[in-house]
Design a binder for this molecule. Structure first.
Ligand SMILES: Cc1cc2nc3c(=O)[nH]c(=O)nc-3n(C[C@H](O)[C@H](O)[C@H](O)COP(=O)(O)O)c2cc1C
Length: 221
């Protein structure tokens, strides 16, 4: 698959088949994702890949914590909400996804059910946790972000699907109960990895993008 096709075909998968991903597959993705640039080649990212019973245990811990209404204490501050046009787009995304899933605004049960699915990583058989060292500048997050993007594209290239999930990083202590991630590292984000379920309605969803004119300003070109 060429890069343009992978960029085109990658999407946030919200329904996975119960089909495992092997360590060899994950290793191949990481080797590719590691090619991204980083400040001074510092390569601040680390990746913890969790499958099988351990992935199940993490997903269960997270769903339980969420459903108990436990306070979320992520290692890295997360946005409580967004401002201005960012908030508009954030809302638009939720509305469009819920419309496709036929989840009505007033249907609190269905909304809660969908929210819980986030913490269950939409049933993904493999969970990836990406960390950065604590006490550095925001640029380690830039570098790790590039790594995560490349990882998702490499997965698409391999016929796998991903969903970058803040939900996986909202209760880092629950993750650490199962996965020994050192405290000197901050869990930046999680990624659900697996084979996409073609029957899952949520996988028909595709998000929109801004017009080029809104994004690009050029001079003397
Ligand atoms: C940092 C980050 C956190 C995200 N967290 C979630 C999440 O918790 N739940 C979810 O369903 N999608 C999550 N996403 C996926 C975004 O909603 C998705 O990338 C965006 O809507 C664009 O759609 P696309 O990935 O299908 O192109 C997250 C994406 C990023 C980059």
């Amino acid at each position: 698959m060429d890069l343009a096709k992978a960029l085109d075909e990658r999407f946030s998968c919200r329904g996975f088949l119960d089909k495992p991903v092997s360590l060899d597959q994950v290793r191949a993705l990481v080797v590719q994702a590691q090619k991204v640039p980083s400040w001074g080649n510092t390569q601040p990212w680390r990746l913890y890949a969790v499958g099988g019973a351990k992935a199940e245990a993490v997903r269960e811990n997270l769903v339980t914590a969420m459903q108990a209404g436990r306070q979320q204490v992520p290692d890295i501050t997360m946005p409580a909400s967004f401002e201005g046009e960012l908030m508009d787009r954030y809302r638009d995304l939720g509305r469009a996804l819920f419309k496709l899933l036929d989840i009505k605004r007033e249907d609190h049960n269905k909304r809660a059910e969908h929210y819980a699915k986030n913490f269950n990583a939409f049933g993904a058989p493999c969970l990836l946790f990406i960390t950065v060292p604590r006490g550095q500048t925001s640029y380690v997050v830039l570098d790790a972000g590039a790594f995560v993007s490349a990882l998702c594209l490499a997965a698409t290239d391999q016929g796998l699907a991903t969903c970058v999930l803040a939900a996986l990083a909202r209760y880092p202590d629950e993750v650490r109960k199962v996965v020994p991630i050192p405290n000197e590292e901050a869990i930046l984000i999680g990624v659900a990895l697996g084979y996409p379920d073609p029957e899952a309605p949520a996988n028909r969803f595709r998000s929109e993008r801004l017009d080029l004119e809104r994004v690009l300003t050029s001079f003397d070109l």
